[in-house]
Design a protein around this ligand. Structure first.
Ligand code: Z5A
Length: 220
Protein backbone atom coordinates (compact mmCIF):
# COMPACT_ATOMS: atom_id res chain seq x y z
CA UNK A 1 0.00 0.00 0.00
CA UNK A 2 1.23 3.49 -0.86
CA UNK A 3 1.63 5.97 1.99
CA UNK A 4 0.39 9.51 1.33
CA UNK A 5 3.97 10.70 1.75
CA UNK A 6 4.95 8.39 -1.11
CA UNK A 7 2.30 9.87 -3.39
CA UNK A 8 3.37 12.86 -5.45
CA UNK A 9 0.53 15.23 -4.52
CA UNK A 10 -0.47 17.21 -1.43
CA UNK A 11 -3.48 16.55 0.75
CA UNK A 12 -4.95 19.39 2.85
CA UNK A 13 -8.17 19.07 4.83
CA UNK A 14 -10.36 21.83 6.25
CA UNK A 15 -12.22 21.18 9.48
CA UNK A 16 -14.34 23.07 11.97
CA UNK A 17 -17.89 23.68 13.10
CA UNK A 18 -20.89 25.00 11.21
CA UNK A 19 -20.36 28.30 9.39
CA UNK A 20 -16.63 28.41 10.17
CA UNK A 21 -15.91 29.47 6.58
CA UNK A 22 -14.42 26.23 5.25
CA UNK A 23 -16.04 26.40 1.80
CA UNK A 24 -15.13 30.08 1.44
CA UNK A 25 -11.50 29.49 2.38
CA UNK A 26 -11.08 26.33 0.28
CA UNK A 27 -12.10 28.31 -2.80
CA UNK A 28 -9.61 31.04 -1.92
CA UNK A 29 -6.71 28.66 -1.35
CA UNK A 30 -7.59 26.75 -4.54
CA UNK A 31 -7.55 30.00 -6.56
CA UNK A 32 -4.22 31.02 -5.07
CA UNK A 33 -2.60 27.65 -5.76
CA UNK A 34 -4.04 27.59 -9.29
CA UNK A 35 -2.60 31.06 -9.94
CA UNK A 36 0.79 29.57 -9.08
CA UNK A 37 0.25 26.88 -11.67
CA UNK A 38 -0.73 24.01 -9.35
CA UNK A 39 -3.41 21.54 -10.35
CA UNK A 40 -6.01 21.60 -7.59
CA UNK A 41 -8.85 19.20 -6.82
CA UNK A 42 -11.50 20.64 -4.49
CA UNK A 43 -13.77 18.08 -2.90
CA UNK A 44 -15.89 17.53 0.20
CA UNK A 45 -17.20 15.03 2.70
CA UNK A 46 -19.53 13.42 2.93
CA UNK A 47 -19.49 13.43 -0.87
CA UNK A 48 -17.07 13.70 -3.75
CA UNK A 49 -18.38 10.70 -5.74
CA UNK A 50 -21.89 9.79 -6.96
CA UNK A 51 -22.21 7.10 -4.31
CA UNK A 52 -20.88 9.30 -1.51
CA UNK A 53 -23.15 12.18 -2.57
CA UNK A 54 -26.15 9.82 -2.37
CA UNK A 55 -25.06 8.79 1.14
CA UNK A 56 -24.66 12.49 2.00
CA UNK A 57 -28.23 13.23 0.99
CA UNK A 58 -29.50 10.28 3.01
CA UNK A 59 -27.59 11.33 6.15
CA UNK A 60 -28.18 15.11 6.02
CA UNK A 61 -31.91 14.65 5.44
CA UNK A 62 -32.01 13.00 8.87
CA UNK A 63 -33.19 9.65 7.42
CA UNK A 64 -30.20 7.77 8.86
CA UNK A 65 -30.62 9.15 12.37
CA UNK A 66 -32.99 6.42 13.47
CA UNK A 67 -30.33 3.81 12.65
CA UNK A 68 -28.33 5.13 15.59
CA UNK A 69 -24.91 6.79 15.82
CA UNK A 70 -22.84 3.64 15.13
CA UNK A 71 -24.64 2.80 11.88
CA UNK A 72 -24.52 6.45 10.83
CA UNK A 73 -20.75 6.39 11.44
CA UNK A 74 -20.49 3.33 9.17
CA UNK A 75 -22.31 5.25 6.43
CA UNK A 76 -19.84 8.13 6.70
CA UNK A 77 -17.02 5.55 6.48
CA UNK A 78 -18.53 3.87 3.41
CA UNK A 79 -18.80 7.24 1.67
CA UNK A 80 -15.21 8.04 2.65
CA UNK A 81 -13.82 4.73 1.38
CA UNK A 82 -15.36 5.35 -2.07
CA UNK A 83 -14.15 8.96 -2.07
CA UNK A 84 -10.57 7.99 -1.13
CA UNK A 85 -10.45 5.17 -3.72
CA UNK A 86 -11.98 7.01 -6.66
CA UNK A 87 -10.97 10.64 -6.15
CA UNK A 88 -8.38 11.39 -3.47
CA UNK A 89 -5.80 8.65 -4.01
CA UNK A 90 -5.80 8.96 -7.83
CA UNK A 91 -5.43 12.76 -7.62
CA UNK A 92 -2.53 12.46 -5.18
CA UNK A 93 -0.98 9.84 -7.45
CA UNK A 94 -1.09 12.34 -10.34
CA UNK A 95 0.68 14.94 -8.20
CA UNK A 96 -2.37 17.20 -7.69
CA UNK A 97 -3.19 19.28 -4.65
CA UNK A 98 -6.31 17.88 -2.99
CA UNK A 99 -8.30 20.29 -0.78
CA UNK A 100 -11.06 18.51 1.09
CA UNK A 101 -13.92 20.18 3.02
CA UNK A 102 -14.15 17.93 6.13
CA UNK A 103 -12.53 14.50 6.54
CA UNK A 104 -11.60 12.11 9.36
CA UNK A 105 -11.62 14.74 12.11
CA UNK A 106 -15.28 15.56 11.45
CA UNK A 107 -16.12 11.95 12.24
CA UNK A 108 -14.08 12.16 15.43
CA UNK A 109 -15.74 15.41 16.49
CA UNK A 110 -19.34 14.78 15.35
CA UNK A 111 -19.80 11.04 15.80
CA UNK A 112 -17.41 11.13 18.79
CA UNK A 113 -19.67 13.70 20.45
CA UNK A 114 -22.66 11.44 19.66
CA UNK A 115 -21.05 8.80 21.89
CA UNK A 116 -19.42 6.55 19.28
CA UNK A 117 -16.40 4.89 20.90
CA UNK A 118 -12.83 5.40 19.74
CA UNK A 119 -12.38 1.69 18.99
CA UNK A 120 -15.05 1.76 16.26
CA UNK A 121 -13.82 5.16 15.01
CA UNK A 122 -10.24 3.85 14.76
CA UNK A 123 -11.25 0.65 12.93
CA UNK A 124 -13.44 2.42 10.40
CA UNK A 125 -10.77 5.05 9.81
CA UNK A 126 -8.24 2.33 9.08
CA UNK A 127 -10.58 0.65 6.60
CA UNK A 128 -11.79 3.80 4.84
CA UNK A 129 -8.60 5.83 4.74
CA UNK A 130 -5.70 3.42 5.19
CA UNK A 131 -2.48 5.36 4.73
CA UNK A 132 -4.05 8.20 2.72
CA UNK A 133 -3.87 10.72 5.54
CA UNK A 134 -3.83 14.52 5.27
CA UNK A 135 -0.46 16.20 5.25
CA UNK A 136 -1.99 19.33 6.75
CA UNK A 137 -5.32 19.88 8.51
CA UNK A 138 -6.58 23.43 8.99
CA UNK A 139 -9.05 23.63 11.86
CA UNK A 140 -11.10 26.80 11.43
CA UNK A 141 -12.11 27.80 14.93
CA UNK A 142 -14.66 30.34 16.09
CA UNK A 143 -17.32 30.68 18.83
CA UNK A 144 -20.23 28.33 18.16
CA UNK A 145 -22.87 31.06 18.24
CA UNK A 146 -21.09 33.08 15.56
CA UNK A 147 -20.74 30.04 13.29
CA UNK A 148 -24.40 29.10 13.67
CA UNK A 149 -25.41 32.70 13.01
CA UNK A 150 -23.34 32.74 9.80
CA UNK A 151 -24.83 29.42 8.64
CA UNK A 152 -28.31 30.72 9.46
CA UNK A 153 -27.71 34.01 7.61
CA UNK A 154 -26.40 32.17 4.55
CA UNK A 155 -29.61 30.13 4.35
CA UNK A 156 -31.57 33.35 4.80
CA UNK A 157 -34.52 31.30 5.96
CA UNK A 158 -36.10 29.81 9.04
CA UNK A 159 -34.26 27.26 11.20
CA UNK A 160 -36.66 24.67 9.77
CA UNK A 161 -34.38 24.38 6.75
CA UNK A 162 -31.35 23.52 8.84
CA UNK A 163 -29.90 20.07 8.18
CA UNK A 164 -29.76 17.17 10.63
CA UNK A 165 -26.60 18.52 12.33
CA UNK A 166 -27.37 22.25 12.28
CA UNK A 167 -30.58 21.60 14.23
CA UNK A 168 -28.70 20.33 17.27
CA UNK A 169 -28.15 22.24 20.53
CA UNK A 170 -25.45 24.83 21.14
CA UNK A 171 -23.98 22.57 23.88
CA UNK A 172 -23.51 19.79 21.36
CA UNK A 173 -21.81 22.13 18.91
CA UNK A 174 -19.57 23.33 21.75
CA UNK A 175 -18.55 19.72 22.52
CA UNK A 176 -17.54 19.32 18.89
CA UNK A 177 -15.52 22.53 18.98
CA UNK A 178 -13.71 21.18 22.08
CA UNK A 179 -13.05 17.86 20.31
CA UNK A 180 -11.58 19.61 17.25
CA UNK A 181 -9.27 21.62 19.54
CA UNK A 182 -8.27 18.46 21.40
CA UNK A 183 -7.35 16.75 18.10
CA UNK A 184 -5.22 19.79 17.17
CA UNK A 185 -3.44 19.65 20.53
CA UNK A 186 -2.82 15.91 20.12
CA UNK A 187 -1.51 16.09 16.55
CA UNK A 188 0.36 19.39 16.18
CA UNK A 189 2.53 18.03 13.37
CA UNK A 190 -0.60 17.64 11.19
CA UNK A 191 -3.11 20.17 12.55
CA UNK A 192 -3.07 23.97 12.74
CA UNK A 193 -5.85 25.95 14.40
CA UNK A 194 -6.85 29.03 12.40
CA UNK A 195 -8.75 31.81 14.16
CA UNK A 196 -11.77 32.08 11.85
CA UNK A 197 -13.35 34.99 13.72
CA UNK A 198 -11.88 37.58 11.37
CA UNK A 199 -12.84 38.90 7.97
CA UNK A 200 -12.35 36.47 5.04
CA UNK A 201 -9.21 38.24 3.75
CA UNK A 202 -7.47 37.98 7.12
CA UNK A 203 -8.40 34.29 7.44
CA UNK A 204 -7.19 33.61 3.89
CA UNK A 205 -3.86 35.28 4.67
CA UNK A 206 -3.41 33.21 7.85
CA UNK A 207 -4.11 30.06 5.84
CA UNK A 208 -1.70 31.02 3.09
CA UNK A 209 1.07 31.72 5.63
CA UNK A 210 0.43 28.34 7.24
CA UNK A 211 0.50 26.47 3.92
CA UNK A 212 3.75 28.22 3.01
CA UNK A 213 5.33 27.43 6.37
CA UNK A 214 4.20 23.82 6.48
CA UNK A 215 4.80 22.94 2.85
CA UNK A 216 7.78 25.22 2.31
CA UNK A 217 9.58 23.20 -0.28
CA UNK A 218 6.59 23.18 -2.63
CA UNK A 219 4.99 26.63 -2.28
CA UNK A 220 7.04 29.69 -3.21
N1 Z5A B 1 -20.36 15.32 9.19
C1 Z5A B 1 -20.27 14.38 10.19
O1 Z5A B 1 -21.08 14.38 11.12
N2 Z5A B 1 -19.30 13.44 10.13
C2 Z5A B 1 -18.40 13.39 9.13
O2 Z5A B 1 -17.52 12.49 9.11
C3 Z5A B 1 -18.49 14.38 8.10
C4 Z5A B 1 -19.49 15.33 8.16
C5 Z5A B 1 -17.50 14.37 6.96
C6 Z5A B 1 -21.93 18.35 6.41
O3 Z5A B 1 -22.57 19.53 6.25
C7 Z5A B 1 -22.37 17.86 7.77
O4 Z5A B 1 -21.93 16.50 7.93
C8 Z5A B 1 -21.69 18.65 8.85
C9 Z5A B 1 -20.96 17.64 9.70
C10 Z5A B 1 -21.43 16.33 9.23
N3 Z5A B 1 -22.60 19.29 9.69
N4 Z5A B 1 -23.43 20.11 9.41
N5 Z5A B 1 -24.28 20.82 9.22
P1 Z5A B 1 -22.23 20.63 5.20
O5 Z5A B 1 -21.04 20.25 4.38
O6 Z5A B 1 -23.47 20.93 4.46
O7 Z5A B 1 -21.98 21.86 6.14
P2 Z5A B 1 -20.70 22.39 6.85
O8 Z5A B 1 -19.51 21.56 6.52
O9 Z5A B 1 -21.01 22.60 8.25
O10 Z5A B 1 -20.43 23.73 6.11
P3 Z5A B 1 -21.13 25.10 6.26
O11 Z5A B 1 -22.08 25.23 7.37
O12 Z5A B 1 -21.63 25.36 4.89
O13 Z5A B 1 -19.99 26.04 6.69
P4 Z5A B 1 -18.61 26.44 6.07
O14 Z5A B 1 -18.32 25.77 4.78
O15 Z5A B 1 -17.65 26.25 7.14
O16 Z5A B 1 -18.79 27.99 5.82
P5 Z5A B 1 -19.02 28.87 4.47
O17 Z5A B 1 -20.11 28.23 3.63
O18 Z5A B 1 -17.75 29.19 3.85
O19 Z5A B 1 -19.56 30.17 5.16
C11 Z5A B 1 -20.82 30.22 5.81
C12 Z5A B 1 -21.39 31.67 5.69
O20 Z5A B 1 -20.55 32.58 6.38
C13 Z5A B 1 -21.45 32.17 4.24
O21 Z5A B 1 -22.56 33.00 4.10
C14 Z5A B 1 -20.18 32.98 4.10
O22 Z5A B 1 -20.28 34.00 3.14
C15 Z5A B 1 -20.01 33.54 5.50
N6 Z5A B 1 -18.61 33.71 5.88
C16 Z5A B 1 -17.56 32.91 5.55
N7 Z5A B 1 -16.42 33.37 6.09
C17 Z5A B 1 -16.75 34.48 6.79
C18 Z5A B 1 -16.00 35.42 7.58
N8 Z5A B 1 -14.69 35.28 7.75
N9 Z5A B 1 -16.66 36.40 8.18
C19 Z5A B 1 -18.01 36.56 8.02
N10 Z5A B 1 -18.78 35.73 7.27
C20 Z5A B 1 -18.15 34.71 6.67
Amino acid sequence: MELTTELAGHFITFEGGEGAGKSTQIRRLADRLATEGRTVVVTREPGGTDLAEAIREFILSGSAETLGPEAETMLFAAARADHVDRVIRPALGRGDWVLCDRFIDSTRAYQGSDGVGSELLDSLEKIAVGPVRPELTLILDLPVEIGLERAHRRRGTAAGDADRFERETVERHQRRRDLFLAIAAREPERCVVIDANHDPDAVADAIWQTVRQRLTETVS
